[in-house]
Design a protein around this ligand. Structure first.
Ligand code: AHR
Length: 630
């Protein structure tokens, strides 16, 4: 049974509680949210081979290869050389996209490519989206012309016909009918983007995110911020400006990042979804363990100060002016700065000092910033005490359920917390329903403690579900070139974030069912006996403006559970209420790219009979009951 006294509301609920975390992992950007269709668009993905590019030749003949001597600029020091031996033979280059080129009916695709020829005069290319090598279908085509033997930028639009079926069995092709030697450099192709934002994001994935109503975006990582070595750290200055000037860099997860999703694109992503950026700055430590200290760290501190200026500086500042030049004169909001990532792994022991140096410099110039430490244990450091600490949890469902009390005894005078990465890791590529149960149980604990846990964000956010697309399993949202879907865990967050009040309302609960925890391999090896943990989880918050009470209930058992709920206090609840329920027949049930909506929340109108009522929670279910207060 559960008793709620509406006269006894507790602490304020952090309005920043639900946010997002992002980094380039699992083909999150190119091949994911960032709408670029061309894979290996600057030919730098592999030094020796033009991977994802092939020769297109209607008859016989023609060759392609990488040329490191002829290139557009120093940031793109390689080109694709095409030899066309005879005229009148349609010859060219084809790109196979990120596991296919997404073709949709009546859609305008915009693109450009750089090319040069070994002869002067007029150059005429045909660009097209067409079927894969066995399929002669042409979905859209256009002609582009320029003259002169130097590099030219060719821009084009391709419009597909109305009567085609969506497919990703397609290629992007550039051809010529004129004999000669040609070189190609940066090539780009975009479908329409969310809100038509330039160099923007895929509408389907943005819509999934928008539906979560996230308050912030923690960017740009994760390990992606740190890099394996200094040359592959997140060097934000190299991610600005026209695409053809961005060098890209080797990412942390085994593939190159084009950096088309650059700092400005991250900020525009925030703007489009009304989120605040949480900016993690590179803190002079790389994943390889290499780091800099003292005066040697100063260039990276300056780099971070410049970065903050790029985000919030007005157009009269050096970096504010650069942002205006890049197309966004208006400053962005910014309140949260994180120093590094997961420095609790720092093998050098240098974080205390590094943190203090960054802290001092940032607070001196920008006293309004909330500074986040990534090493919980070491938040109190010489020269600076972290305003917040970033805790990370990757566990199985039973552990997450057992840990729903994690912050109940947290020192209320200590620094505030962001749970900057967390996930119940069961299911692949995206989490299954058991993980969703673990998530929901965990989140009841975060809402209960949202006086100290001010922010939280699941990680990783994205996965490209194609073979080879995933480096880290159990990711919130999955996709391929054409479609995307939310995992059961995604729907838990959407339900929780969409029904969050501004005041926590304590619940007095009795006779809560229990379960034995499932031990992980380490626990079994240690000889530890399984403990009893709750099998039902609950939390309530009140929306004072809308006069609503949100009651969240999680039943992890394999059987239905009746709950008696008694609501007391001077305020009364109305009989008409809403139930949003997410449930599954068995814990391993899940969503996938083929069955994207197997498990989705079901909304229904319910009636509550008086202030004391009984609800039956189905086996394996997560419910939000929305009660109206008179
Ligand atoms: O989310 C995957 C990785 O987990 C992040 O890059 C890192 O911060 C953490 O170890």
């Amino acid at each position: 049974s559960m008793a709620v006294n509406l006269d006894k509301v507790g602490h304020e609920v952090s309005p920043m509680l639900y946010g997002l975390m992002t980094e380039e992992i699992n083909y999150a950007y190119d091949g994911g949210i960032y709408a670029e269709i061309i894979r290996n668009r600057s030919f730098q993905d592999d030094r020796n081979n033009p991977v994802h590019w092939s020769l297109f030749s209607e008859k016989q003949g023609g060759t392609i290869k990488l040329d490191h001597k002829t290139f557009l600029n120093r940031n793109n020091p390689v080109s694709l050389m095409l030899d066309v031996p005879v005229s009148e033979n349609i010859t060219g280059i084809a790109n196979d996209g990120f596991w296919g080129v997404p073709v949709k009916p009546a859609t305008v695709y915009k693109g450009f490519f750089y090319a040069k020829a070994d002869f002067d005069g007029d150059h005429r290319f045909s660009v097209s989206i067409r079927g894969d090598s066995a399929d002669p279908t042409v979905y859209a085509t256009a002609i582009v012309k320029k003259s002169g033997a130097d590099w030219n930028k060719y821009s084009f639009e391709l419009t597909t016909k109305q009567d085609i079926k969506p497919t990703s069995n397609a290629r992007f092709v550039i051809t010529t009918a004129q004999k000669g030697r040609y070189w190609f450099s940066v090539t780009s192709l975009f479908p329409p983007t969310f809100r038509n934002t330039p160099n923007g994001n895929r509408p389907d994935i943005m819509q999934l995110l928008s539906d979560m109503k996230p308050a912030f975006l923690r960017l740009p990582g994760g390990n992606f911020l740190e890099g394996g070595k200094f040359s592959s750290r997140y060097d934000w200055k190299k991610t600005l400006g026209p695409l053809e000037n961005r060098p890209g860099h080797m990412g942390t997860w085994g593939y190159r990042a084009s950096d088309g999703m650059g700092l400005l694109e991250y900020l525009r992503w925030c703007e489009d979804l009304n989120m605040e950026p949480l900016l993690a700055v590179f803190a002079g430590y790389t994943l390889g363990g290499d780091h800099l200290e003292g005066a040697y760290l100063q260039p990276f501190i300056d780099e971070a100060l410049d970065e903050i200026e790029y985000v919030i500086g007005d157009v009269n500042t050096k970096w504010g002016a650069q942002r205006a030049k890049d197309g966004h004169p208006k400053a962005f909001p910014l309140r949260y700065i994180e120093i590094g990532n997961e420095d609790f792994f720092d093998r050098s022991g240098s974080y205390k000092e590094r943190f203090a140096q960054f802290y001092k410099a940032i607070k001196t110039k920008y006293p309004q910033m909330t500074i986040i430490s990534t090493s919980g244990k070491e938040f109190d450091v010489p020269g600076g005490k972290a305003d917040m600490i970033d805790d990370h949890y990757y566990r199985n469902a039973s552990e997450m359920e057992g840990m729903s009390t994690q912050y109940d005894d947290y020192d209320r005078n200590g620094p505030k917390v962001i749970v900057g990465e967390w996930a119940t890791r069961e299911g692949s590529p995206t989490p299954n329903f058991n993980a969703a149960l673990g998530d929901a149980a965990w989140l009841t604990g975060l809402e209960r403690n949202s006086d100290v846990v001010l922010m939280s964000c699941y990680a990783p956010l994205f996965v490209n579900v194609n073979p080879g697309g995933m480096q880290w399993k159990s990711d919130l949202i999955g996709y391929n070139a054409l479609n995307s879907y939310g995992s059961p865990s995604y729907y838990v967050q959407k339900m929780f974030s969409n029904h969050l009040g501004d005041k926590y309302v304590p619940i007095q609960a009795e006779n809560i069912p229990t379960q034995f925890e499932t031990l992980n391999e380490k626990d079994i090896a240690s000889g530890r006996k399984p403990r009893k943990i709750p099998a039902m989880f609950y939390v309530a918050t009140k929306d004072s403006k809308k006069k609503l009470l949100y009651l969240k209930l999680v039943n992890t058992q394999n059987k239905a559970q009746k709950v008696n709920i008694d609501i007391t206090g001077t305020e009364q609840i109305l009989p008409a209420a809403t139930l949003v329920e997410l449930s599954a027949m068995y814990p391993e049930a899940t969503n996938s790219i083929k069955e994207p909506t197997n498990i989705v929340p079901v909304k229904s109108d319910i009636r509550i009979n008086g202030n004391a009522f009984t609800r039956e929670l189905p086996a394996y279910s997560i419910a939000v009951i929305v009660l109206k207060i008179k």
